[in-house]
Write a protein that binds this ligand. Structure first.
Ligand SMILES: [Zn+2]
Length: 464
């Protein structure tokens, strides 16, 4: 069998243009000869794309050739082409320079008519695919994948993908407003009272992770988190809205703005309660300060219990050496946990101090005791530094309020994925990591397509 694929265009002038784009030959039928092969499909797409763009641009140029004021045709200054990369191949787009019409006394001598629509040298859909996948998998893999399945051309490499992803992220960053000043809220307090009843509490879990820095500069911290709206009053089925965010604290100049925009996009109102939860790290807490009139910061119960669990593990060694002492320490830790659960921080701190004194009596002669003593001292400092952020967890729990952001842990892993962590060879500049976090969170929040639609209004039109 022989198959010939021909493409026909019908221009606005009613003239038909034809081009044969592919011919296929088949002998015996087998599983592997059934239908088109990938290579053939790539050739088909490439040819159709090439033909289609040529027709589109020719028609557009013809339409613009006549002066919109007097109807005379613009004189040609020079021909020219611009190579535009598309998912279906790089295409040379005619890009002429024309003279200004003599009927116009002012303006530049010459102009390029394509300036009205040609933005950059990469098609919107190509940029979208590159950005989306580069946000999730390594740059070189994106290049491999695109090259394998689409006729994108051989000039695509991990490095071009990285540049395009970063350009997209930079554009998103530029659109983020100025950093919010402390105590800057919209409207007055009496205005808030007139606002409709807000949705449920917004809980924001924040955590940090470390990324290996380029040029042997050690590690730097990446902050990531998730914001969850407890329920929406208008939704019958109580769909919760959850969105994640991330940034490099030491690079980002607008962390408060970033978080503010995210919360606003989830419908945050000034009269809505926002609860931040974290492990109590100083830099994590700085972000949320002064963000919102009704914001509250809580230490995450999950992080308290994790630390206590580690301490209990350490007492095992002490129990082997001095069973009675070890058992007593374990019991005391258990009651400290109980006190913290009920928000009785002063009493918990007193017990911790007492425990430190007890352990100091034999830490000189016992390595396990010294180890536990150090752990207890660290924990005491941690609780003391965060004492104002420890609520009555028990009460909150009974009222059905969040006491933990364990749910954030998986987000952190998603946002600061294995790609960032130290086991891998990959090293990051603060800028590179920060920009990747911006596109990645946008992909994870399912917002990248909407972002592209803002830039390219006819990009992937939404089904009506
Ligand atoms: Zn004219």
């Amino acid at each position: 069998m022989n198959l010939r694929v021909e493409v026909v265009s019908m221009g606005a002038d009613g003239i038909e243009q034809r081009r044969q784009v592919l011919s296929l030959e088949r002998q015996e039928l087998a599983m592997e000869t059934l239908g088109m092969s990938l290579v053939e499909s790539k050739a088909l797409l490439e040819s159709v794309q090439d033909f289609m763009i040529a027709q589109q641009v020719a028609e557009d140029l013809e339409r613009r050739r006549a002066c919109s004021h007097c109807g005379r045709r613009h004189a040609m200054k020079d021909f020219g082409t611009t190579l535009v990369k598309t998912l279906f191949g790089p295409v040379n787009v005619p890009n002429p320079r024309w003279h200004r019409c003599p009927c116009q006394p002012e303006g530049p001598q010459t102009f390029r008519p394509t300036n009205t629509w040609l933005q950059g040298t990469t098609s919107a859909e190509m940029l979208y695919m590159e950005t989306k996948w580069a946000s999730l998998i390594p740059f070189a893999k994106v290049a491999d994948l695109l090259k394998e399945v689409l006729p994108v051309g051989n000039s695509i490499h991990g490095e071009t993908i990285r540049k395009h992803m970063q350009a997209t992220a930079e554009r998103m960053e530029q659109e983020l407003g100025e950093e919010r000043q402390m105590n800057q809220y919209d409207g007055s307090e009496s205005g808030w009272e007139q606002q409709p009843l807000p949705d449920g509490t917004i809980t924001v879990g924040i955590d940090g992770g470390y990324v290996r820095a380029a040029h042997k500069q050690g590690f730097f911290e990446v902050i990531a988190g998730k914001s969850v709206v407890a329920f929406r009053r208008e939704d019958v089925d109580e769909v919760t809205s959850a969105k994640c965010f991330g940034f490099v604290q030491t690079y980002d100049e607008k962390p408060r703005r970033r978080l503010w925009e995210l919360l606003k996009s989830q419908g945050m109102q000034e009269n809505q309660q926002v609860v931040f939860m974290s492990d109590g790290g100083e830099d994590v807490r700085r972000v949320q300060q002064y963000l919102h009139p009704f914001s509250e910061h809580l230490l995450d119960w999950f992080h308290i219990t994790m630390r206590l669990t580690v301490l209990q593990q350490q007492t095992k060694g002490l129990q082997q050496e001095r069973p009675a002492t070890g058992a007593d320490v374990a019991k005391q830790l258990e009651s400290i946990k109980h006190l913290l659960w009920h928000g009785n921080t002063p009493e918990a701190l007193e017990r911790l101090t007492g425990l430190s004194i007890d352990l100091s009596l034999f830490r000189e002669h016992s390595a396990p005791a010294a180890k536990v003593a150090n752990g207890v001292a660290d924990f005491e400092t941690y609780i003391r530094n965060n004492s104002e952020f420890i609520p009555n967890f028990g009460d909150r729990w009974r009222q059905g309020q969040r006491i933990s952001t364990a749910f954030v842990e998986s987000t952190i892993n998603q946002v600061v994925s294995r790609r960032f962590v130290k086991k891998q060879q990959m090293q990051w500049t603060m800028r590179g990591a920060h920009l990747l976090l911006q596109t990645r969170t946008r992909v994870l929040n399912n917002e990248l397509e909407a972002t592209f639609r803002q830039w390219y209004p006819r990009f992937r039109p939404k089904a009506a």
